[in-house]
Design a binder for this molecule. Sequence first.
Ligand SMILES: NC(=O)c1ccc[n+]([C@@H]2O[C@H](COP(=O)([O-])OP(=O)(O)OC[C@H]3O[C@@H](n4cnc5c(N)ncnc54)[C@H](OP(=O)(O)O)[C@@H]3O)[C@@H](O)[C@H]2O)c1
Length: 343
Amino acid sequence: MKCYLIKGQGIDQITLTERPVPEITHDCDVLVDVKACSLNYRDLMVAKGLYQSPGSQPPPFIALSDMAGVVRAVGDKVTDFKPGDRVLNSPLRHWPAGTLRSAWIRTFVGAMGVDGVLAEQIVYPADALVKVPDHLSFTEASTFTVAGLTAWAAVVTHGKAKPGEWVLLHGTGGVSIFAAQIAHAMGARTLMTTSSDDKAAVVKERYGVTATVNYRDSEWPQKVKEITNGAGVDVIVDVVGGETLARSLPICNYGARIAVIGVLGGGDVTLHIRDLLSHQVQLRGIYMESTEELRAFMRAVDYLKLTPVIDRIFPFEQAQEAYRLLESQKHIGKVVITIGSQG
Ligand SMILES: NC(=O)c1ccc[n+]([C@@H]2O[C@H](COP(=O)([O-])OP(=O)(O)OC[C@H]3O[C@@H](n4cnc5c(N)ncnc54)[C@H](OP(=O)(O)O)[C@@H]3O)[C@@H](O)[C@H]2O)c1
């Protein structure tokens, strides 16, 4: 079967290769024909050699963490799936439920020596797979694994957004656009920052974002506060960190919940504790979520008939171009690669 390997540092090192078809060696595993994969910011960091931790294995390994496909065969003890079922994967091969444990972190696929999913076929544990709701195509379904699940964790599981509340989102990338869609489904209002006035118009007109502010304007926090009539925001989906996080605290409403997700703007910051305690603000680190949460999310997706915002779909042969679009930050929402026929 064909797959893409991360072989070194740089997008041009993502290499199309032949490998043997993987075999089911555990009774609880499933062989999946992969139909579509989606990209996340993390995949850029992996490709550039910037996503490592002590003890992690070097390349080569198969790229990407998010996929949707069709079950081809199941192990003897698998009862939840049968050949022909449409499935998507949890990002970690093992995080069934509850709080993450250290032994499970190393099962996050598509980095640090752990094979990912940008392959014609993969073997995955049955208990880390979820059925795809009928209304979704494979390209759509492949976007929920990391970005969708993280947004769900930030807005619903831990953010507990309520109708009428203001949810602040940074940028127009995969996590933030999903978070806007989920916030709208909860009846909340959304305030999105972006560096692009063109993107601001698109997210308001096409995706129902309530208000936008340009984060290149140094006065953006004051503008956010004005839009909320001085009250401040109730939930923040923070994919930026750094100074953006520090400047977010004074624009929080009483009882606000901040989901700390990413470090696009930097990993170190000085926070003023008085801003946290005076407004009873909760700060919560988010690392996607468990398969149990992914199942809950997909039940909601099914009920709401939610479909993701996909910027562009690339054929398998153009995987490097997909990475380059993500790197350019010209996209809104998700970038997807398809594999083979989509029927
Ligand atoms: N902890 C977790 O579980 C988890 C899960 C998923 C992602 N993440 C992290 O979350 C971040 C976003 O991931 P993603 O996949 O959604 O990325 P993405 O799709 O590549 O989106 C990137 C977008 O972020 C915006 N942006 C960049 N720098 C910014 C800044 N300084 N301030 C505000 N917005 C900025 C830009 O939007 P505009 O073009 O509109 O300006 C850019 O297009 C990454 O750091 C990623 O590693 C963490």
